[in-house]
Write a protein that binds this ligand. Structure first.
Ligand code: AMP
Ligand code: GLY
Length: 370
């Protein structure tokens, strides 16, 4: 980012805004949304894309999201909420196996355990049930996952193309869940009838019910879907663009993104549509040794400048004089495209192979309809 912009690392958003007077603010991660950056900037008359803290609860509280979906009639897995370990153990008996356990608050994609045995489920309880926090226990839904993201001003809704992220840490779809080891975007992930059904049964009821409940949802609404034999069902909502999905999505966007962002911040998001390049895109995350657990930092990274056939976004890196070093879990996102999905995958891994750092992990992209 530092090559194309001035970076000001700070958690004091108001002070940064006072000093640079932004025309438009687009919020990336969930932390500042849950902390109320949108409420604060709007009160100061600044244009900003994102939901208020009250609306961002769709992401920041799994319990809120599940109860909201029940009120709004949005399809989602059957669930129970537990406040204590004893209650959680009792609730587990209402569900078969596998079963899914979710910590209530924000957890950077690491607060969910899919347990395939009762022992794994029992072990997950103390791990996820932090003091004062609740646990959601829910039925496991089989199917293919799809990330469906829309931009809204609380009334109008502008859908982006569907994408899919790859959650499991290791090869062969094994290992713990992560925030996403890679993603792809292809115009054929959903048929237009499937996309319409997602809009009618999930997105519109969500936007309308939020408005009716006085939590106007503005900004990006991300529905993490399971495409079950009974239709799409919501696994989670995020109140922002997905990572790494957005790296693959924006690679395919032909339209200028900015006018739609400006109009969503002005509550005037009508008359827009997005155009997409036909070639599928693929993003592969290069993660540090240990991810998604405790990671090793400080390993030198080589070859980023050789990967000219890809867009390489740096996430967990830091510069030390001339050297580029690992500094975080998901270190780099490498995105490329190709005329079909398998060529796009091969092209992306070809670029990944040019980049090296000790202990690097990548997982393969498993395409639902490749
Ligand atoms: P979440 O943060 O709620 O989306 O959960 C993270 C990941 O866990 C999802 O992307 C799925 O891979 C998996 N998962 C969550 N809930 C379920 C469910 N009810 N059935 C099957 N897999 C699930
Ligand atoms: N890749 C899923 C997320 O951004 O939460």
């Amino acid at each position: 980012m530092a090559r194309v912009a001035t970076c000001i690392p700070s958690m004091d958003y108001s002070a940064v805004a006072d000093s640079i007077q932004p025309d438009l603010t687009v919020v990336g991660p969930e932390g500042p949304l849950a902390a109320g950056i949108v409420d604060q900037f709007r009160a100061q008359g600044r244009a900003i894309v994102g939901p208020t803290a009250a609306a961002a609860q769709l992401e920041s509280s799994k319990v809120f999201a599940k109860e909201f979906m029940r009120r709004a009639g949005i399809p989602t897995a059957r669930f129970a909420v537990a406040e204590t370990a004893e209650e959680a153990r009792r609730s587990l008996r209402q569900f078969g196996l596998p079963v899914v356990l979710k910590a209530d608050g924000l957890a950077a994609g690491k607060g969910v355990v899919v347990a395939s045995t009762s022992e794994q489920a029992e072990e997950a309880i103390p791990q996820l049930l932090r003091p004062g926090a609740r646990l959601v226990i829910e039925e496991f839904l089989p199917g293919g996952e799809v990330s469906f993201i829309v931009l809204s001003d609380g009334h109008n809704v502008l859908p982006l193309e569907a994408s899919q992220d790859h959650k499991a840490a290791y090869d062969g779809d094994t290992g713990p869940n992560t925030g996403g080891m890679g993603a792809y975007c292809d115009g054929r992930i959903l048929t237009s009838a499937e996309a319409q059904r997602v809009m009618d049964s999930i997105i519109r009821p969500a936007i309308e019910t939020m408005r009716a409940e006085d939590r106007l949802f503005t900004g990006f609404l991300y529905a993490g879907l399971m495409m079950t034999s009974d239709g799409p069902s919501v696994l989670e909502f995020n109140a922002r663009l997905g990572d790494p999905e957005t790296q693959a999505l924006l690679h395919r966007m032909r339209s200028d993104f900015v006018p739609a962002l400006v109009d969503s911040a002005r509550s005037a998001l009508s008359g827009h549509s997005f155009e997409w390049k036909p070639d599928p895109s693929v993003c592969v995350v290069m993660a540090a040794a240990g991810y998604p657990g405790d990671v090793r930092s400080g390993d030198p990274i080589f070859g980023v400048e050789d990967a000219g056939g890809a867009v390489v976004f740096q996430a967990g890196t830091r510069a030390d004089n001339e050297a580029l070093l690992t500094s975080g879990g998901r270190v780099l996102g490498v995105t490329a495209s190709g005329p079909d999905l398998s060529t796009a995958i091969a092209n992306t891994y070809g670029e990944v192979a040019k980049i090296r750092f000790a202990g690097c992990t990548t997982a393969p992209i498993l395409a639902r309809k490749a």
